[in-house]
Design a protein around this ligand. Structure first.
Ligand code: MTE
Length: 299
C-alpha cells in the first residue's frame, strides 16, 4: 500500500487538465456558494470552496478501498450513531464520551481551509466544527503530555477495506501538543452546513490545514495524551517517504515526486497546476512552531 502521485516529474499530460461539462457546472456552483461562506472566520480563506460533489466524490479513506471513488460508494455502510470517543493517557478527565458529551460546550464555527494531499492534489473545503484546543482544554491536558494521538474506528464488518491490505488498523495519527493547541487545528463535524458525510469522516474528524491531508484522520474513536511520539500509520508503512510532521513543504520533494506544485480539483476553465505554498499558505500562523527545526529532516 502506498500513495500514488497524480503526476511524476516527467509525466504532465495536458489532456488531464481538460474538464468535462459536469465539472464545469460544479465549479461555477462552488463560485456561487462562496459569498455565503466567505469571511465567517479570520482563519478562513476567501478562495472559492470546491463543490460538495468534488469534496465527496474524490476521497482517500482506505477503510473503504484504495480508489478515490470507493469512499463515496461504500461509506454508507458505516454506523455513526451511537458513537463514542475514548479519551485516555495524560489527561485530567479521561473516559468514554458519547459524541454529544465530547463536543458539548464547544462553539461550532465554519472554517474554509485549503486542503493539500501528499499526492499533490488540493481542494478548498468549508468545514464546520470546533478548535481542537478548546476540546483539549476541556479534557485537561496534564503538563507532562507532549503529544496527542488519534485512532480511528475499526469495524471490518462495515468497512470493507479493513478485511485486507497492508495497513495495520486502526488508522493512527498524532500531533505535538503545541501543534494541537494552534487555533488552526480543527475538529470537523460538518461540511457545507450539513452533518459531515460519511466519506468525509463522519461523525468527527481531525483537520490540520498546514499539513498533508493524511494527518487529518477520519472517524475518530480515541484521543490519547502521551509523552511519547505516537505511532502513525504512514510513517509505519513507509518511514523514508512519510514522517511524523508531514508539513506541506514545496521545497522537500517526496522521494518519488515533486511537491512544488499541486492540482486544484475542479479548477474550472483555468484548471492547471498551481504553486504549493509553504505550510499550505498558513505559515504566518504556524511557522514559529518549527523554529530551530530542520524541516528537511523532520519531514
Ligand atoms: N482517515 C482515515 N481514517 N482513513 C484514511 O484512509 N486518509 C487520509 C485522511 N484521513 C484517511 C484518513 C488521507 S491520505 C487524506 S488525503 C485525507 O483523509 C482525505 O480526506 P478527504 O477524502 O476528505 O479529502
Amino acid at each position: 500500500m502506498t500513495f500514488t502521485p497524480e503526476y511524476t516529474r516527467d509525466d504532465v499530460t495536458p489532456q488531464r487538465f481538460f474538464l468535462n461539462r459536469r465539472q464545469l457546472i460544479a465549479g461555477s456552483a462552488a463560485l456561487m456558494a462562496a459569498p455565503a461562506f466567505a469571511g465567517t472566520s479570520p482563519y478562513s480563506t476567501d478562495e472559492p470552496p470546491n463543490s460538495l460533489e468534488d469534496i465527496t466524490t474524490y476521497n482517500n479513506y482506505y477503510e473503504f478501498g484504495y480508489d478515490k471513488t470507493d469512499p463515496a460508494e461504500y461509506a454508507s455502510a458505516l454506523t455513526i450513531d451511537p458513537w463514542s470517543v475514548t479519551v485516555d493517557g495524560l489527561v485530567d478527565n479521561p473516559g468514554k464520551y458519547s459524541l454529544a458529551d465530547l463536543i458539548a460546550g464547544q462553539p461550532i464555527e465554519e472554517r474554509i481551509y485549503r486542503f493539500r494531499c501528499v499526492e499533490a492534489w488540493s481542494m478548498v473545503v468549508p468545514w464546520q466544527g470546533f478548535q481542537l484546543s478548546g476540546l483539549l482544554q476541556k479534557l485537561g491536558v496534564k503538563p507532562e503530555a507532549k503529544y496527542v494521538a488519534f485512532e480511528t474506528v475499526v469495524r471490518p464488518s462495515e468497512m470493507r477495506g479493513q478485511n485486507g491490505g497492508s495497513i495495520e488498523w486502526p488508522y493512527r495519527e498524532g500531533l505535538r501538543i503545541d501543534e494541537a493547541m494552534n487555533p488552526l487545528a480543527f475538529m470537523a463535524t460538518g461540511l457545507y452546513g450539513q452533518p459531515l458525510p460519511k466519506q468525509s469522516g463522519a461523525p468527527i474528524r481531525l483537520v490540520v490545514p498546514w499539513k498533508y491531508g493524511f494527518k487529518s484522520a477520519k472517524a475518530l474513536v480515541r484521543i490519547s495524551l502521551t509523552d511519547q511520539e505516537p505511532v502513525t500509520t504512514w510513517k509505519t508503512l513507509a518511514p523514508n517517504e512519510y514522517g511524523f510532521y508531514a508539513n506541506v513543504n514545496p521545497e522537500v520533494d517526496h522521494p518519488r515526486w515533486s511537491q512544488a506544485t499541486e492540482r486544484r480539483i475542479g479548477g474550472g476553465l483555468f484548471a492547471g497546476r498551481i504553486d504549493t505554498q509553504m505550510f499550505n499558505g498558513y505559515g504566518d500562523q504556524v511557522a514559529s512552531l518549527y523554529s530551530g527545526q530542520d524541516l528537511a529532516k523532520d519531514y
